[in-house]
Design a protein around this ligand. Structure first.
Ligand code: ATP
Length: 669
C-alpha cells in the first residue's frame, strides 16, 4: 500500500446537534496537490481544523506522515495577521516561532517576496490591500518551507492572474520539492490544476480522483458539471444507509506532544509584543498618561477644603443684621460687641458665604431653591443669654439656655457638604469663644471640651481623604491597567484569529502569557513609578515605609491584574463581553477595596467575602506600609502579600480550568 501524507478514516465531528463531518475518509499522497471542493458550510474548514489539530474529531482517525507542527504550513481562511507589524516583522515572527535562524528567515523572506510579488518589507500589514494581505498570509505559511501545506481558500478575493500565479507556484512546489498541498476553494474550475480532487458535500466525500479522470468517468466537460451530477446522485440517495459513528474509534492528536516552553517561541512573542506596543503610540500615551492624569486629578479634586458655600443668616440681635457688625470694635474684652457678630466674622473669615435674610420663611424658600445650604439664626438676646450662661454655668435658667443657643438648619441631602458646614459652624463657635476668653483673660481651657487629642501616633493632626484613599487608588490603577491591556490585546488577537494561528504554528499559551507578562512588567514599572511620583513626591501623601517592599507589593498586584486579564480573555471571545466583565469587576473591587469608605463599615455579610476581592487586603497592607512604616513581617502587611500571591496562583489555576473546558474551541489539541 502507498505511503500516505494525510490519511483520514471515518471522521465524525459535530457542533452541538449539527453533524458536520459524517464518516469522511480522505487519502492524500506525498508530493501531490489535493483540492478539497464543496459548497459553503459543507465542512471543509472543519476537516482542515481537525487535520492541523485546531480541534479534535468526535470519532475516527487522522494520520499524518509528519509528526511535528514545524513540518506543517497553515493558511487560515481569514487573513489572521498582526495588523500593526510590517511584512518583515510578520515573516520574522512566524520564522522564529518555527525555530528558524534569523539569517535563514531573511533568505526565505526575500525568496517568497519575489515569488508572491509582495509589497516592500517595511509596509505595515494594516495598510495593505486585501489581496496583498492574503499573499503575505500565504508567505507566512511557507516561511519555514514545510513538507505539508494546508491552505484554506488562499485565492478567495484575488484577481484571476494572481490566483493563477499562486497555483503555478504551488504546482512547482509539489513537483520540484515534493511538497504535499491540501487546498480548499470555491472556484471549482481552478481545481483542474490539482493532482486529486475531493468533492465534499454534507460532511462526506462524494469522490476522490484526478480531475481529468473525474470528468471522463462522469462524461462531463467541466468540473462544475461533475460536481452538479454527483451532488444530484447524492441527494437522491441521501436516505440510504446514513453513516454510523463508531463509539470505540476515537482520534488523538496527529502531532507529537511539544514542550510547553520553547525559547524561540517566547522570543518571537516577546519581539512581536514589543513592536506592537511601540507601533501603537496612542495606546502607549494612554498607558502612561492615565496613571499621571488619574493621580493628578485625584489629588486636585479630592480631600480639599470646600469653600464659598452659601448659608442664610438671620442675625436677630442687631437691628440692621450683618452690616451692623462692622460698627463694633471686634478685638479686646469688648462685651458690648454682640457675640453673634463674632460668630458671623469667624464664619466669614472661614470662607462661608453668609447671605442675610430678615424672614425665616424666605430663608427656607432659598434653601428649597438650592440657593443656600443651610440657615443660621442668632436669637435676639444671644449675647445677654450667653454671658448669663457663662457666668451662672450650672445655675443657668432655661430661658437663658434658649437665648444663648444659635439655631441651625442644614441641607443634609449632601452628606459631605452638610458635615463640612456643621464642622465650620462648630469651629467658628470654638474659635470666637477661645478668642473672647483670651481677650478677657479668662482660662481658655474652661471653654474647651475636656478631651485632649494629643499628637497622633501615626499620620497627621488633620488627616485628609486624599491620604486615606491614595493606597487604594494606586493599587486599583496598578491592577486595572495591566488587566485592561491584557484583555484588549488578547481578545483582539482571538477575534483576528492570530492567536489561533500562532497556537497552530506551535506557540503555547504559557509562552503567550510569559512574553506578554514580560512586556507588561516593563510597562508596569513605568506606570508604577509615575503614579508613585505624583502621589508621594508631588503631592506628599504619607510615605514612611520601605520603598522596595512597597514596589514589590505593587508589582505583585500588577501581575495579579495581568493574570486576571488573561483569565477573562480566555473566557470571552468577544470584546464587548470581556469589556462588560472588566467593568463589572471594576465597580465591585472599587467598593470592597475600602477606597470610599473604611472596610470596617462594610456589612458583615459582605466582609466574609472580602477575601474574594484581589485588592482588599493589599490596600490595608499598602496603607500600613506607607503611612505606618510597618515591615513586611507585620501580620497586616504580610496578609496583603499572601492575598495577592494567592490571587495570582488562583487566576492561573482558573485559566487552566477554562482551557480544559474550552479545549478545541481556540486551543490546539
Ligand atoms: N465552532 C463552531 N461552532 C458551531 N458550528 C460551527 C463551528 N464551526 C463551524 N460550524 C458549522 O459547521 C458547518 C461547517 O462549517 P465549515 O466552516 O467547516 O464549512 P466550510 O465548508 O469551510 O464553509 P465555507 O466554504 O463557507 O468556509 C457550518 O454549518 C458551520 O456553521
Amino acid at each position: 500500500m502507498d505511503r500516505l501524507e494525510v490519511d483520514v478514516q471515518d471522521a465524525f465531528k459535530s457542533y452541538g446537534t449539527a453533524c458536520v463531518l459524517r464518516g469522511l475518509s480522505m487519502a492524500v499522497h506525498p508530493g501531490t496537490i489535493y483540492a478539497l471542493l464543496g459548497p459553503s458550510g459543507c465542512g471543509k474548514t472543519t476537516l482542515l481544523n481537525c487535520i492541523i489539530g485546531r480541534t479534535s474529531l468526535d470519532s475516527g482517525t487522522i494520520r499524518l506522515a509528519v509528526r511535528r507542527r514545524e513540518d506543517v504550513g497553515y493558511m487560515p481562511q481569514s487573513i489572521a495577521l498582526y495588523m500593526m507589524l510590517n511584512i518583515h516583522e510578520t515573516l520574522s515572527y512566524y520564522g522564529r516561532v518555527y525555530g528558524i535562524e534569523d539569517e535563514d528567515i531573511q533568505v526565505q523572506a526575500v525568496k517568497l517576496s519575489q515569488l508572491l510579488e509582495l509589497p516592500p518589507f517595511h509596509r505595515i500589514v494594516d495598510t495593505l490591500s486585501g489581496g496583498q494581505q492574503r499573499r503575505v498570509s500565504l508567505a507566512v505559511s511557507l516561511i519555514h518551507n514545510p513538507q505539508l501545506l494546508i491552505l484554506d481558500e488562499p485565492t478567495v478575493g484575488l484577481d484571476p492572474i494572481l490566483s493563477e500565479s499562486i497555483w503555478q507556484y504551488l504546482m512547482k512546489l509539489s513537483t520540484e520539492q515534493k511538497k504535499t498541498i491540501i487546498i480548499t476553494t470555491h472556484y471549482i474550475e481552478e481545481a483542474r490544476h490539482a493532482d486529486k480532487v475531493g468533492l465534499m458535500r454534507g460532511g462526506i466525500l462524494l469522490c476522490e480522483e484526478a480531475p481529468t479522470d473525474l470528468m471522463l468517468k462522469n462524461n462531463c466537460d467541466t468540473m462544475e458539471a461533475v460536481f452538479l451530477k454527483l451532488s444530484y446522485i447524492q441527494e437522491k440517495n441521501k436516505d440510504m444507509d446514513p453513516p454510523v459513528m463508531s463509539s470505540t474509534n476515537t482520534s488523538s492528536s496527529p502531532f507529537q506532544k511539544a514542550s510547553i516552553f520553547k525559547k524561540s517561541c517566547f522570543y518571537a512573542e516577546l519581539v512581536k509584543n514589543m513592536f506592537f506596543v511601540w507601533r501603537n503610540k496612542p495606546m502607549l500615551i494612554f498607558l502612561f498618561g492615565l496613571p499621571i492624569v488619574v493621580t493628578f486629578l485625584f489629588n486636585i479634586c479630592i480631600g480639599h477644603k470646600v469653600t464659598g458655600l452659601s448659608v442664610a443668616m438671620l442675625n436677630k440681635e442687631v437691628e440692621n443684621g450683618i452690616a451692623d457688625c462692622d460698627n463694633f470694635h471686634y478685638h479686646g474684652c469688648n462685651l458690648s460687641f454682640p457675640l453673634g457678630c463674632r460668630l458671623v466674622k469667624t464664619l466669614q473669615s472661614n470662607d462661608v458665604n453668609l447671605i442675610e435674610f430678615d424672614d425665616m420663611e424666605e430663608a427656607h424658600f432659598a434653601a428649597r431653591k438650592n440657593n443656600v445650604w443651610g440657615i443660621i439664626e442668632v436669637p435676639e438676646n444671644y449675647t445677654a443669654g450667653m454671658l448669663n450662661r457663662l457666668t451662672n454655668n450650672l445655675k443657668t435658667k432655661d430661658h437663658n439656655v434658649e437665648a444663648s443657643s444659635v439655631n441651625v438648619w442644614l441641607d443634609m441631602s449632601n452628606q459631605n457638604i452638610g458635615n463640612l458646614l456643621k464642622l465650620d459652624i462648630w469651629n467658628a463657635y470654638n474659635a470666637y469663644m477661645e478668642m473672647l476668653y483670651v481677650d478677657c483673660g479668662w482660662p481658655v481651657e474652661a471653654t474647651r471640651v475636656p478631651i485632649k487629642i494629643n499628637k497622633p501616633i501615626y499620620g497627621v493632626v488633620v488627616p485628609n481623604l486624599t491620604h486615606y484613599a491614595s493606597p487604594a487608588i494606586i493599587l486599583l490603577l496598578i491592577f486595572y491597567l495591566p488587566m485592561s491591556y491584557t484583555i484588549g490585546v488578547l481578545v483582539q488577537e482571538k477575534v483576528l484569529g492570530v492567536l489561533e494561528r500562532s497556537l497552530v504554528a506551535g506557540v503555547t499559551l504559557t509562552e503567550v502569557f510569559l512574553a506578554h507578562g514580560a512586556v507588561q512588567i516593563i510597562l508596569l514599572g513605568i506606570q508604577m513609578s509615575l503614579s508613585m511620583y505624583v502621589l508621594y513626591s508631588v503631592y506628599d501623601s504619607p510615605f514612611i515605609g520601605d520603598p522596595l517592599t512597597t514596589a514589590l507589593l505593587l508589582l505583585l498586584q500588577g501581575i495579579s491584574g495581568l493574570a486576571f486579564g488573561f483569565f477573562v480573555a480566555l473566557i470571552f471571545d468577544e470584546m464587548k463581553n470581556a469589556t462588560y466583565a472588566a467593568l463589572g469587576s471594576c465597580f465591585t473591587f472599587f467598593f470592597l477595596s475600602g477606597m470610599v469608605w473604611p472596610q470596617a463599615g462594610i456589612h458583615y455579610f459582605l466582609l466574609w467575602f472580602k477575601w474574594l476581592v484581589p485588592v482588599a487586603y493589599s490596600v490595608e497592607s499598602l496603607r500600613s506600609l506607607t503611612a505606618k512604616g510597618w515591615p513586611i513581617s507585620h501580620p497586616i502587611v504580610m496578609k496583603g502579600f499572601i492575598s495577592v500571591a494567592a490571587w495570582i496562583l488562583a487566576f492561573c489555576l482558573f485559566a487552566q480550568i477554562i482551557l480544559r473546558f474550552r479545549k478545541g474551541s481556540f486551543t490546539t489539541t
